[in-house]
Design a protein around this ligand. Structure first.
Ligand code: MG
Ligand code: MG
Length: 251
């Protein structure tokens, strides 16, 4: 999309539906995460639920991505490909990144899930990433700017000694999975485009324990931390409402 889309009331109503479906399926996937489960089984469950709810997968076939779910474990940051060989183990950090298209509109959301009990360090990273997203969303009010969102998230995680991944950003979303504008998870207050009512943005901090640097594996998809330390990811699709943010990927 070349321009930032302001959604109509009718479009927003459909995006609420798409977002609710994404949330319901993520709830089911989260419940299914356990030691011994493969990421392929989680993807198969996601695909079954998508069609049961009358939606279609947002990711399968997108630039050739082979699955409905991005399933990234531990040092995998994002875009992990589900695999029968990847069996979850107790202590893993599982990132579920998932989207659907429903009646022409997209929803996109991600969560990090602890597989059984995880180390205190892993839990702290997970909690900080979720809190960073909450803080980013909090400043998504008309009149604020894109840079305010990134600044709120970056400053929170860096104060705790973590780093924010810069190679991937959030994005506008609507009739397309990725629309303008880009929504970096880092930034300076007052920078960038002004937020206006009717914009819908997917905000998605990816936070690393060590360096922010990532590299893409030979499968051309899976991004991993270059130091093999842990990474966490949370994402919501959020409407800029007249009175403030409304999280669409929530029930
Ligand atoms: Mg996503
Ligand atoms: Mg996204």
């Amino acid at each position: 999309m070349s321009q930032v889309q302001i959604k109509s009331g009718q479009e927003i109503a459909l995006m609420r539906e798409a977002g609710r479906i994404v949330c319901e399926i993520l709830d089911e996937l989260e419940k299914a995460v356990a030691p011994g489960v493969t990421t392929w089984e989680l993807d198969a469950l996601a695909e079954k639920l998508i069609y049961e709810k009358g939606a279609r997968p947002a990711f399968k076939g997108y630039h050739g991505f082979p699955a409905c779910l991005c399933a990234s474990v531990n040092d995998e940051v994002v875009h992990g490909i589900p695999s029968k060989r990847r069996k979850l183990e107790e202590g893993d950090l599982m990132k579920l990144d998932f989207g659907v298209v429903y009646r022409g509109y997209f929803g996109d959301s991600a969560r990090t899930v602890a597989v059984g009990p995880v180390s205190a360090e892993a839990q702290a990273l997970l909690d900080a990433t979720r809190e960073a997203l909450r803080r980013g969303i909090q400043v998504m009010v008309p009149g604020n700017r894109i840079g305010d969102i990134g600044h709120a998230m970056q400053s929170f995680v860096e104060a705790r000694g973590y780093s924010m991944v810069r190679d991937f950003t959030g994005h506008g979303i609507g009739r397309h999975l990725h629309e303008k504008p880009e929504v970096p998870s880092y930034g300076r207050p007052g920078d960038g485009m002004k937020l206006r009512p009717g914009m819908v943005l997917a905000v998605e901090p990816m936070v690393n324990q060590g360096t922010e640097e990532v590299e893409v594996l030979d499968d051309d998809w899976t991004a991993v931390t270059v130091d093999n330390k842990l990474s966490a990811h949370f994402e919501h699709t959020v409407l800029i409402g007249e009175g403030g943010p409304e999280i669409l990927t929530r029930k």
